[in-house]
Design a binder for this molecule. Sequence first.
Ligand code: PMP
Length: 373
Amino acid sequence: LVVRPFNFSAGPAALPDEVLSQVAEEMLDWQGSGMSVMEMSHRGREFISIYEAAEADLRDLLQVPSNFRILFMQGGGLGENAIVPLNLSRGGAVDVVVTGSWSKKSAGEAKRYADVRIAADAASSSPERRYLDIPAPSSWRLRPDAAYVHVCTNETIDGVEFQSLPDLRALGCDAPLVIDFSSHVVSRPVDWRKVGAAFAGAQKNIGPAGLTLVIVREDLLGRALPICPSAFDYKIVAEAESMYNTPPTFGIYVAGLVFQWLKRFAYAGRTGLAAIEQRNIDKAALLYATLDGSSLYENRVATPCRSRMNVPFFLRDERLNDAFLAGARERGLLQLKGHKSVGGMRASIYNAMPLEGVQALVSYLKDFETQHG
Ligand code: PMP
């Protein structure tokens, strides 16, 4: 294996070395087929076997109940911002909880198809008008006739994560919950009893950009608006086993290898999703403790909703930003620059980031502080 730098990109993001090596090995000839996966018919038996294994492994990893359908689609997270209301809103009321830039964007797009209301907006209660907290679900203004309630369960830009899903029924709301779990999918379990539909772009925890994962409860199929493109109608896609149109075959193949990597992943006496979750907890704890213990860096997100995946942080002296990034690059710590809308830094520490990567970042943070603090 080639030794590579640690890549903290928010997405497209680092993938496990083992997976990339296997992809490289199989590039010209997938398992004696004489073809690259890119060159296979999506209806041939070789690709069907890849697709079936990916679906089954994901269902197993995430404990997806049998009354949910797993769809491999295209369009990305922003595509889903339109595809979800086209499928689920019936043109009626949609309630959106805004906890960061992505849920805000989802609300804006859904307005084109539905009567959107902001059920709560985390920014309005923060003095800096930034997203630093999740408003208590009991304060959300949910409408009885909402077709669904949308939340982004991990805000990639703001670093705000739901540590547990809201229980809408307990809030007296019968509408299905739709979650955008793009940036923490397969990093932790999902309580499917609380979810109607979930979507994720693949390019953070799953594989290459271009593949979009949708997991939708069966009773929500068949509600699409007449203007919904057929290729984006969940019912049509589900009935065709994600083969109504040509699915992103290479992405599904890489995702399948990532799911297998996760299933055999071992850490702290655990395996599979429990193991990767524990490592994610440990990585995040190490990084936040370092930031909190420093007088140079800060993360302002409320402790209970700090993301395990995306850790935005600021240098209190912003004039040091360029030196910080240059020094990081020299040490093989890549893509730490924060999102342009927030500034500062951001370390994305998805599943594929080893503990050693976070340890290397932490020692750099400390050394840099000693030099400049
Ligand atoms: N939702 C979330 C939570 C995201 O992190 C992103 C991408 N960073 C998107 C939506 C948009 O995804 P895409 O670029 O695939 O459209």
